[in-house]
Write a protein that binds this ligand. Structure first.
Ligand SMILES: *[C@@H]1O[C@H](CO)[C@@H](O)[C@H](O)[C@H]1NC(C)=O
Ligand SMILES: *[C@@H]1O[C@H](CO)[C@@H](O)[C@H](O)[C@H]1NC(C)=O
Length: 285
């Protein structure tokens, strides 16, 4: 009986062990590959893989297989990258279960990775890209840039292609947008993408004024409303007393009006209608 309960509790745990979380923030900087491990995951090892130019085959990077560190020197593939761009990815492994692979990004521009800077203005973001780089010169008219963009925290799914600097319009002001750039050869992305850079889209002056005015109004309402509500709910009686007119009876109002000011009606000047018939009150109602 007890054994049965234990089996029910333990067996599914062993068989349904989830694969480890994939590594995060995988960056290459001067042939040193680094990533952030999941701090809650013990017993996890990492493997880095590379894929050469025009090949979909992923090969393990020598000395970077099943390591428990969170960085690896990948300079052993430097020679291979001289014949074309290489891509890099890392996956986590625990007890034979693999996490999905995550692609690395390049922290600095490289032969196969663009270098870019961002300028934000109200409603738009400009990605500054050079027209004169080794990659573009070597691939002549067939090479371009692909700029991925999206709101911070969302997947960068939208993109815009261009031979040089690209401006992305119609962005929401006051929001933070992120971009990532990769070279494009014919219709295929090439080499490592840049690491993501984010920028706050500033608000235009008129919009800022509207925002400030609305905030002030909301603030005033928030301050005034509880005061009114307090008086209405708890001080209603006192409020009524305050609102009652205070009569001050002055002596002279009750003095008799002197004779000469009394209106004098002369019956000759006034016209009266002659009542011809009268009906009882109940009938008129
Ligand atoms: C990576 O390894 C190469 C050759 O083994 C060495 O020259 C280089 O300094 C190493 N880089 C780092 C960052 O350790
Ligand atoms: C492009 O860059 C190369 C090397 O950086 C330089 O020699 C060349 O003059 C540049 N060409 C133009 C048109 O700016």
């Amino acid at each position: 009986m007890l054994l049965g309960v234990l089996c029910i509790l333990v067996v599914p745990r062993v068989f349904s062990e989830a694969p480890p979380a994939p590594p995060q923030d995988i960056q290459v900087d001067n042939w040193l590959l680094r990533w952030s491990p999941d701090p809650d995951d013990g017993d996890v090892t990492y493997t880095a893989q590379y894929s050469s130019f025009d090949s979909c085959v992923w090969t393990d990077v020598p000395y970077c297989v099943h390591i428990s560190l969170n960085s690896c020197n990948v300079s052993s593939i430097k020679a291979r990258s001289e014949y074309g761009c290489v891509m890099l990815r890392v996956q986590a492994e625990r007890h034979g279960q693999n996490s999905p692979s995550v692609q690395a990004c390049s922290k600095h521009g490289h032969l196969c990775t663009p270098d870019f800077s961002l300028t934000a203005s109200p409603g738009s973001l400009t990605v500054h890209l050079s027209r004169n780089t080794t990659f573009l010169r070597e691939h002549a008219d067939h090479a371009k840039y692909r700029v991925y963009y999206g709101k911070k925290g969302e997947a960068l799914q939208d993109y815009k292609d261009g031979p040089a600097s690209v401006t992305i319009d119609e962005l929401q002001e006051g929001q933070r947008y992120c971009t990532r750039v990769q070279y494009l050869y014919f219709k295929q992305t090439e080499g490592l993408p840049t690491c993501t850079q984010c920028e706050l889209i500033p608000e235009s002056d008129s919009r800022r004024t509207v925002t400030i005015v609305s905030l002030v109004l909301v603030g005033v309402l928030l301050l005034v409303f509880p005061v009114i509500a307090y008086f209405f709910l708890f001080q209603r009686e006192r409020f009524k007393r305050w609102l009652q007119p205070r009569y001050t009876f002055r002596e002279h109002l009750f003095e008799p009006i002197p004779e000469p000011f009394l209106p004098i009606h002369s019956s000759t000047e006034e016209h009266y209608d002659v009542i011809t018939s009268m009906s009882p009150v109940e009938l008129r109602e």
